[in-house]
Design a protein around this ligand. Structure first.
Ligand code: CA
Length: 410
């Protein structure tokens, strides 16, 4: 009886050949050698070595320690490389060359797979924005007057984007509750998560030239899960009038795997109906492809599911966000990352932050190992997701996970 090949995947594996997310890995035997790989099942294929073994014209592009050169190569290269990789893991005659280049995930270390250029984070869920508005501005309108006219965003800190699995040190900072006479300094007591979807820019754009809605597929290479860790007490005191700063910039975790946009063709869905007319550069009613993505996210704390936010419910799409962030002529760079904003659905169990799930700490969650309002030291938060794939398959998004370490003294 022949041994089972790692390429013979169980029926319905969400990391089958229809997915093929990219990552960067090293092995214990050769820890300094970072290599570009694609995930297939619970293995990673050394993409550069495979390309070399098979005489691919893309061997040089794939024999790299990061995804960045492939990102910069543009959409035609993305398609050609994906087509080649799909053939290598599915056509039986390639198996003798491919199988020795597969590494089980339990034997590799995963790294941040690209050099992050700029980082922007949005605020695109109407349910999230409404909940936050009710919590922070109970006497005013939940949504600000601009909310339904433009995708609100801010520039984040690119240098503190970390790969999944990186521990997160509890941040310290100033906080002042409304009843306090003066601000105090210390470790955040309202450390939170934000379950988001990130988008990775490949093809740059020219300074001064806006990218239209239809430019999404040309410029955006892939999709991944993102956790925008947030210190709510620091944030609440500092954010007026210029927006988030130290309450967010201490760490943002991203998945080690980037799923190509092309793998999500079957997950494209129309966004929710808009109840007002949009300015032409944001009006996507006549676009060829729907702008939404049907991604089903799960949020777990210490292995217990606390929320299942539906990305299909997002009011603003990734294409609208791209059009908005370039409409003033700001250019895109290879490696730009932008986050969707917290994904919250209409139901209580679909809220993508503890701020909402516990209503700013007033309604604790009951977990097996105790109640939670906000995160405690030692808590591990994990986001996973899947999307509908071709022919009834599922496309898995690589998880993003992180554990809270105690604050460190100044
Ligand atoms: Ca956020």
């Amino acid at each position: 009886m022949s041994e089972q090949s790692p390429l013979d995947l169980p029926e319905g594996d969400p990391f089958g050949p229809h997915n093929l997310p990219y990552g960067v890995f090293s092995t214990a035997a050769d820890p300094a050698h970072r290599r570009l790989g694609v995930r297939i099942g619970d293995h990673v294929l050394d993409a550069g070595a495979a390309a070399h073994a098979l005489g691919s014209p893309y061997a040089q592009l794939l024999a790299q320690p990061t995804l960045t050169p492939l990102l910069a190569a543009g959409r035609t290269a993305w398609r050609d490389v994906r087509r080649a990789l799909t053939a290598w893991v599915t056509v039986p005659s390639y198996r003798p060359d491919i199988e020795p280049l597969l590494h089980h995930l339990s034997t590799v270390t995963l790294h941040l797979p690209y050099e992050v250029a700029d980082y922007v984070d949005f605020y695109a869920s109407e349910h999230h924005a409404t909940n936050v508005g009710k919590i922070f501005r109970p006497d005013g309108d939940a949504l600000t007057p601009n909310w339904k006219h433009l995708p609100i965003g801010y520039h984040g800190r690119a240098g503190t984007i970390v790969v999944s699995g990186t521990d997160v040190v509890r941040p310290s900072g100033q906080r002042k509750a409304p009843a306090d006479a003066a601000p105090v300094f210390g470790p955040s007591v309202k450390l939170d998560i934000e379950a988001e979807v990130g988008f990775l820019v490949g093809t740059p754009s020219a300074l001064g030239t806006p990218v239209p809605l239809a430019g999404f597929d040309e410029h955006v290479f892939g999709v991944f899960l993102l956790n925008d860790w947030s210190a709510r007490d620091v944030q609440a005191w500092e954010y007026v009038p210029l927006g988030p700063f130290l309450g967010k910039s201490f760490a943002t975790s991203v998945s080690a795997w980037v799923t190509p946009v092309e793998a999500l063709d079957a997950a494209r869905v129309a966004p929710p109906a808009r109840d007002r007319e949009l300015l032409p550069y944001l009006d996507d009613a006549a676009e060829e492809l729907p702008g939404g993505f049907d991604l089903r996210i799960t949020v777990s704390i210490n292995g217990e599911v606390v929320s299942e936010p539906p990305f299909a419910s997002m009011y603003w799409t990734a294409a609208q966000q791209l059009a908005h962030m370039t409409v003033n002529g700001a250019s895109l760079r290879t490696g730009d990352v932008y986050g969707s904003g917290t994904v919250s659905g209409p139901e209580v169990h679909q809220r993508g932050s503890l701020l909402e799930l516990t209503w700013n700490g007033t309604e604790p969650l009951q977990l097996t190992n105790g109640k939670r309002t906000f995160l405690e030291d030692g808590d591990t938060v994990t986001l996973t997701a899947w999307a509908p794939g071709p022919d009834g398959t599922k496309v898995g998004l690589g998880e993003v996970t992180g554990t809270i370490l105690p604050a460190r003294g100044a």
